[in-house]
Design a protein around this ligand. Structure first.
Ligand code: AMP
Length: 221
């Protein structure tokens, strides 16, 4: 069982790195942003509620977010551990996660923070496009699609998320950087925080993250 938390500002590359780590470590990648977007598509009660906050670039309230996450963690494929991406984003979420894991004699093994300077984050997020069908992520600068405006993988149209538009980016960052610092401190105090420079290539950052985790024995307690 290995429980990883990936920390970083929006645009730091958490989603990309979580997908790579998920494949290398063979444990699921759980992103609360993806869970919320799926709920919005399904028009579930959680989705309708969450959308009001997401459209404004605000965090969804802790109570809704924690409940949704814990339901996901209760699914069978999370039994060997998970890589959390985009959660926790507030100290209250971090505490709720610790409490839930402690009930299963588990804990967050590693909190890995991907650090990227503020202006670089703004630049990266301004060019982010997401495919309509499956949420595949592209970036005008670092990862453009082969054909402009179409997804390489499923050919669906690329859209800019409401919360990736220029006017909401700085608001999102301002809101979330303060909370991120508090969440990082939470894990630092528990001795499990490692920081990695997020400005290298995707491969370099992935290697640094894996090195920070160290050897992983799957199936160990
Ligand atoms: P993301 O894809 O991680 O940038 O998340 C997209 C949006 O979903 C965020 O802007 C929030 O509105 C919401 N969200 C995702 N994760 C969380 C979380 N842990 N706490 C509160 N809101 C979240």
């Amino acid at each position: 069982m290995i429980f990883l938390v990936l920390l970083g500002a929006p645009g730091a590359g958490k989603g990309t790195q979580a997908a790579i780590l998920s494949e290398r470590l063979d444990i699921p990648h759980v992103a609360t942003g993806d869970l919320f977007r799926a709920a919005v598509r399904e028009r579930s009660a959680v989705g309708l509620e969450a959308r009001r906050y997401m459209e404004r670039g605000q965090l969804v309230p802790d109570e809704i977010t924690v409940q949704m996450l814990l339901e996901r963690l209760a699914q069978a494929d999370a039994g060997e551990g998970v890589i959390l991406d985009g959660f926790p984003r507030t100290p209250a979420q971090a505490v709720a996660l610790d409490t839930a894991l402690a009930e299963h004699d588990a804990r967050v093994d590693h909190a890995l923070e991907i650090q990227v300077p503020f202006e670089e984050l703004v630049r990266r997020m301004s060019g982010r496009w997401i495919c309509a069908e499956n949420g595949h992520v592209y970036n005008e600068v670092s990862h453009p699609p082969r054909v402009a405006g179409r997804c390489d993988l499923d050919d669906s149209p690329l859209l800019q998320r409401d919360d990736d538009k220029a006017e909401t980016i700085r608001a999102r960052l301002d809101l979330q950087l303060g909370a991120l610092a508090e969440v990082s401190r939470h894990y630092d105090e528990r001795g499990v925080l490692r920081t990695v420079d997020g400005r290298g290539s995707i491969e370099q950052v992935a290697d640094d993250l894996l090195a920070a985790i160290g050897p992983v024995t799957r199936g160990a307690a």
